[in-house]
Design a binder for this molecule. Structure first.
Ligand code: ATP
Ligand code: IP8
Length: 274
């Protein structure tokens, strides 16, 4: 028996957890982490005692302002963007380190897997992804941590890969059990609940109902909800259609992530195949 083989467990279907940038950074202040939230969330993950978890986190005030400043989502337009790719990736690395430091402080064997080194996109969509290191890490009891990132792209030079696309794609490639999306609101609403006080939370959705909701919301009010949370959810639909349920919960509220990881009931939105 080789070194470490005794510790190897049979690979369980992993859970994918995305911690949105809204939950782990102060979005209005560039390059500002929400250190209290990061510390609390690491403790919640530990307390849940989950095995086979892949954590993906978003960019929040680390990734987005720089990506916008250098217009990285337009792809390679001119050489002034090159430093922007480097700076944006570095900002994500710094945020990831804060997340992983907290996990390690809680005795969770977390390892950062930077998407820019194992993923290549074509016009912004994941084309190839080396999944074997992740599978091996899970088998050995590690917790891979990935993040939205600047990635290299066959068509447009480079692209911004969102944590949402990443979560959906990983879930499908690794035949995940479920996806938990941790945001700073209580789930998906009929409009942005921070702007529209009449917005109602939608507790349960199917992909078909999500498409109807999008159309209705677009037609009805002054609110622009075609982007934001509603738009992000579309990224997850292919995974839902493959039978992987998605739960959106408020990660800013203590214990929600711990409860969701344990499979306990939490206020939120469940999206599943009918
Ligand atoms: P990041 O992209 O940095 O990872 P995130 O995944 O946490 O961030 P945001 O892009 O900040 O998510 O989106 C969450 C925000 O979307 C909420 O704070 C909310 O104000 C807004 N929002 C807009 N439309 C909706 C909606 N229909 N339902 C719920 N939230 C919405
Ligand atoms: O916050 C975006 O990831 P997201 C990452 O999950 C960057 O959309 C680099 C802006």
């Amino acid at each position: 028996m080789g070194i470490g083989e005794a510790a190897i467990t049979q690979l369980l279907k992993p859970t994918l957890l995305k911690l949105g940038g809204s939950a782990i950074t102060i979005k209005q202040r560039p390059l500002t982490p929400d250190k209290d939230a990061i510390t609390r969330l690491a403790k919640e993950i530990k307390e849940s005692d989950i095995s086979s978890l892949i954590l993906v986190h978003g960019g929040g005030s680390f990734g987005h302002p720089l990506a916008k400043q250098y217009r990285l989502n337009e792809g390679y337009k001119d050489s002034s963007q090159i430093m922007g790719v480097s700076r944006t990736h570095q900002a994500m690395t710094i945020l990831s380190r804060l997340v992983v430091d907290s996990l390690i402080d809680n005795k969770i064997p977390a390892i950062v897997v930077p998407p820019s080194s194992c993923i290549i996109t074509k016009s912004g969509r994941i084309e190839s992804f080396e999944k074997n290191p992740l599978i091996r890490m899970l088998e050995l009891g590690f917790m891979p941590v990935l993040h939205g990132d600047t990635v290299f792209d066959w068509d447009v030079g480079f692209a911004i890969l969102s944590g949402d696309q990443l979560v959906s794609s990983l879930a499908m490639k690794l035949n995940a059990e479920r996806i938990i999306m941790g945001a700073d609101v209580d789930g998906l609403y009929t409009a942005d609940p921070k702007i529209d006080l009449s917005a109602r939370r939608v507790p349960y959705l199917t992909p078909t109902k999500l498409k109807i909701l999008r159309r209705r919301v677009r037609k009805s009010t002054v609110m622009d909800v075609t982007g934001g949370m509603l738009g992000k959810m579309e990224e997850l639909i292919p995974a839902v259609e493959r039978g992987i349920p998605v739960i959106i919960v408020n990660a800013a509220k203590p214990n929600n992530i711990c409860r969701a990881l344990k499979g306990e009931e939490v206020v939120g939105t469940l999206i599943e195949r009918a």
